[in-house]
Design a binder for this molecule. Sequence first.
Ligand SMILES: [Zn+2]
Length: 273
Amino acid sequence: MRWICKDDIEQCLTSAWRQSAQKAIENINAVTTPEERKAILKKAASTQIWRDFYELLPTNLKRKCWYCEAEEIRSDTPVDHFRPKNKVEEEANHEGYWWLAFDWENYRCACTYCNSRRVFEDTEGGKACCFPLVDPTKRAFSPSDDTNQEQPDLLDPFDPDDWKLLWFDNDGMPEPIPSADKEQQRKVSNSVMIFHLHETKIVRKRNNIRIDIDRAVVKLKKATTDGDVASERDAKSTLRKMIRETEMHSKAAIVYLRAHRDLPAVKAILELD
Ligand SMILES: [Zn+2]
């Protein structure tokens, strides 16, 4: 999970994009039946608005999936509607949050693994139309309902605190941060399923990151003992690069580097007091 600052997204949006989104909002508000709304959402012109949004973002904001931090998003529809636009898995009578279909604040850049339902080896997951709430009685069903009353029971990249709740064990499996309370634990376990964060390939990648971190730390320790300034600088650069926000799986790299925080140089890299 990556934290995304909403302001960074907002400043990328052009007035032309805003206008086409606004027009689409007016169109979908003007029709009265679910069938007409579904037809609008299926139109190529609608898909184009989501694609154009994605195109407007700079590379550093879309190079990795906001949910799983996996490699470059190569998907036809790389934009997930955080509140699903067509239906809601947890609520049979819900028509979907169609009124938020053209609202950029409901968009999250996501890879196909996170965005679509799929089964892979021993695991299954993918967001599809899932949107669990802590209190389902607070759910918004129409534009006149207040979505701010909803408390999503899954992690949100736009939330400044949510990304901190996701942790990883030494095999690369996702888990809640050790200090998580019951509610936070449930939010993380929902997210693991919904974003398919326990999928085999991604777990393996995190495990490789742990191995690379451990190696660089061994190199750093040796260089420090030997007084080898050049090697010490190399090892520090490797570690600093791995935890950069733009790197793949940088959250996992932070978790694994923290295991070595007794080392003053590691503590400095992590900027811990
Ligand atoms: Zn993903």
